[in-house]
Ligand binder design. Structure first.
Ligand code: AMP
Ligand code: MG
Length: 409
């Protein structure tokens, strides 16, 4: 049996970064930019006002104060979206709105609050009293101060977040090249499985693994291709697996244990190439991995918790690598245990837990019974507490590491 680290290393050694495709920016969230983006324009395009106020020549209002205002003649108005032909000459001013291009001749803006505008009754105003001097350049946003024309705005390899989507929009770019999302085929196996919408007969259960796995694929930015249920015969498995070969990765669930009808690893061995079977972990020991006609195939265990945890630890990093990401492994945090647990056979145990903060410490409590068939132990958890192979008894107060599950990526 190989370690979790070795298994992950082997999986990743088969995974290649996918090709890139031009994509509308709102569909790119969480994807990796495949080109350097240089700005075709200055942002902002022109010097403009950062305040609602009066565009002035700073030299005209030196010494202005509330007790001795400097009066300037108002010669016009500048609003955002327009370009005024008016110029500010000595002892003149133009009333200006935030974002409006700075008129020629002006070199500063005095905000309304620093004028006598609100105290004045003589509308329309012909003159304004400036109550405070401002230095040259004050309240002006200069052309290109955010991004200059020709400057690199976003570097290739950047994961696109809402701020980058906004920057691309500000450059007028509606589409960019990003590394495409992986298509992940999902095939459930088992004679006992029933599709949703069908009645359950005795001994049958609903196929939940396909849904938890598809939801995980969606969550991490992939495109699930749900292939339904294969029966526990070599023939049906072989046929259904063929439908997966146009995908970037195949996930099967079930059929990898020691039972008589656990045929997935046999089919994998016959149709493709097995890299490993069994990992020193709990839950998730019977995980199988290989390739079929070049398509990476993770044979996830059938137990619903094992399926989800092996997805987290192996399928997720594989997907992220395909998407061109470099941060493949979730960070861990230090937690103080509030529950007891045992590790009976030297595997690495992943306990489903609720981690909560109290002061500057994090405390972890397991989510009740930890059987690998108890999916609610997973649905109540926000973290996986990692019990090392070498630790056999966990007491309250012990310090361990936990993988937080709540962050998207
Ligand atoms: P297996 O490894 O195929 O023997 O499956 C282990 C356990 O997981 C059995 O109790 C199965 O009934 C259950 N199981 C397998 N596949 C699924 C599935 N798609 N949805 C829910 N439970 C499953
Ligand atoms: Mg089965």
């Amino acid at each position: 049996m190989i370690s979790v680290e070795e298994a992950l290393e082997r999986v990743l050694s088969y995974i290649k970064v996918l090709d890139s495709v031009e994509t509308p920016i709102l569909e790119c969230l969480g994807q990796v930019l495949a080109e350097d983006i240089y700005s075709p324009i200055n942002i902002p395009p022109k010097d403009n006002s950062a305040m609602d106020g009066y565009a002035v020549k700073a030299a005209d209002i030196v010494g202005a104060s509330a007790s001795s205002p400097v009066y300037l003649d108002i010669i016009g108005e500048a609003k955002a979206g327009g370009v005024s032909n008016l110029a500010v000459k000595a002892h003149k001013t133009i009333r200006i709105m935030t974002g409006a291009p700075l008129p020629k001749g002006a070199d500063a803006v005095v905000p309304f609050e620093e004028t006598d505008e609100t105290q004045r009754k003589d509308q329309p105003l012909k003159q304004i009293g400036i109550l405070k001097a401002v230095e040259k350049g004050r309240n002006i946003r200069s052309a290109g101060e955010d991004i200059a024309k020709g400057q690199m705005a976003i570097q290739k390899g950047t994961v696109l977040r809402p701020a980058q989507v906004g920057v691309l929009a500000s450059l007028g770019m509606g589409k960019v090249k990003v590394i495409r999302r992986p298509v992940v085929a999902i095939l459930a196996t088992g004679d006992e499985l029933v599709a949703l919408g069908q009645p359950l007969s005795e001994g049958q259960i609903y196929n939940s693994n396909s849904y938890s796995a598809a939801a995980q694929v969606l969550r991490y930015g992939g495109i699930p291709k749900v292939l339904g249920i294969a029966r526990d015969t070599e023939k049906d498995l072989t046929k259904k697996i063929r439908e997966a070969l146009s995908a970037d990765m195949l996930l099967t669930t079930g059929g990898v244990s020691m039972g008589d009808y656990d045929l997935v690893k046999d089919v994998l061995a016959k149709q493709g190439e097995i890299s490993f079977w069994k990992v020193r972990m709990k839950p998730g020991k019977p995980l199988a991995f290989g390739t079929i006609k070049g398509v990476p195939h993770l044979g996830l265990p059938g137990n619903p918790v094992s399926s989800m945890i092996t997805f987290e630890l192996f399928a997720r990093p594989a997907m992220l690598k395909m998407m061109g990401k470099t941060n493949l492994i979730r960070p861990t945090v230090d937690v103080i245990m509030e529950s007891v647990a045992r590790n009976s056979d030297g595997r690495r145990v992943f306990l489903r837990a609720i981690v909560r903060r109290e002061g500057d410490r994090l405390y972890a409590k397991t989510t009740g019974p930890q059987g690998s068939g108890i999916l609610t132990s997973m649905s109540m958890a926000n973290a996986l507490v990692v019990v090392p192979e070498t630790v056999s008894v966990i007491k309250a107060g012990d310090k361990l590491k936990a993988i937080m599950l709540d962050d998207e990526q």
